[in-house]
Design a protein around this ligand. Structure first.
Ligand code: HEC
Length: 164
C-alpha cells in the first residue's frame, strides 16, 4: 500500500515536471549575453566572425548574380555549428548545459534559413534569393537581439513586437 502511494507521488511529480512551462525570455527586457567560459566565448566569436564574412560576401554575390558562390557560402554557413567544432568532452558538456534552449532554437532556425538560401541560389531566381537572404539576416538579428544585446545595444531601441 505504502509502495503504491509513493509510486503515485512519483508519477505526480513526473507529470508536474513535464508540464511545467519551459523558462522563457519573453517579456524579459533585461540585457542578456551567453555565459560561457573564455575559451568557448573565443570559439563562438570566431564562428561569428566567419558568419560576418559570409553574410557580406553573399550580398556581393547576389549583386553580381554569382549563384554558385551564393550557394557555396550559404552551405558553409549552414554547416558551421559551434556545437560541431572540435571540442573537449568538458566543453561539449558546458555548451549543452549553458546554452539556453531558446538559444538552441534560434540557432537551428538560423541554420534552416541558411539552407533555404542555398536552395534558392540553385533556382537562380534573383527575387527568391534576395528574399531568402533577408530572412537569413533577420535570423542573425533575432538571436543577437536576445543573446547579444549587451554587445549590440542598438537592439534596445527596437519596438518589442517580435516576442514569441
Ligand atoms: C543563435 C544565436 C546567434 C546567431 C544565429 C547569430 N549570432 Fe552572432 N553572436 C551571437 C552571440 C551570443 C554573440 C556574442 C555577443 C557577446 O560578445 O557577448 C555574437 C556575436 C557576433 C559578432 C561579433 C563577434 C565578436 O568578435 O565580438 C558578429 C560579427 C556576429 N555575431 C555576426 C553574426 C552574423 C552575421 C550572423 C548571421 C549570419 C549571426 N551572427 C548569427 C549569437 C548569434
Amino acid at each position: 500500500m505504502k509502495f503504491r502511494k509513493s509510486g503515485i507521488a512519483v508519477l505526480a511529480i513526473t507529470i508536474a515536471i513535464c508540464i511545467a512551462p519551459a523558462p522563457s525570455f519573453a517579456g524579459d527586457k533585461e540585457k542578456s549575453a551567453v555565459d560561457l567560459s573564455p575559451e568557448l566565448m573565443t570559439l563562438l566569436k570566431a564562428e561569428m566572425g566567419e558568419l560576418g564574412n559570409g553574410i557580406q560576401s553573399v550580398a556581393l554575390s547576389i549583386a553580381t548574380a554569382d549563384w554558385k558562390a551564393v550557394n557555396e557560402t550559404a552551405k558553409k554557413m549552414h554547416a558551421s555549428y559551434i556545437m560541431k567544432k572540435s571540442l573537449t568532452p568538458a566543453q561539449s558538456l558546458e555548451l549543452r548545459q549553458k546554452l539556453p534552449s531558446k538559444f538552441k532554437r534560434l540557432d537551428m532556425e538560423f541554420h534552416a534559413r541558411a539552407k533555404q538560401l542555398a536552395q534558392a541560389a540553385e533556382s537562380q531566381d534573383p527575387e527568391l534569393v534576395a528574399f531568402r537572404y533577408s530572412r537569413l539576416v533577420e535570423g542573425c538579428a533575432n538571436c543577437h537581439s536576445v543573446f547579444a544585446n549587451k554587445r549590440f545595444p542598438g537592439f534596445e531601441h527596437q519596438p518589442q513586437k517580435h516576442q514569441h
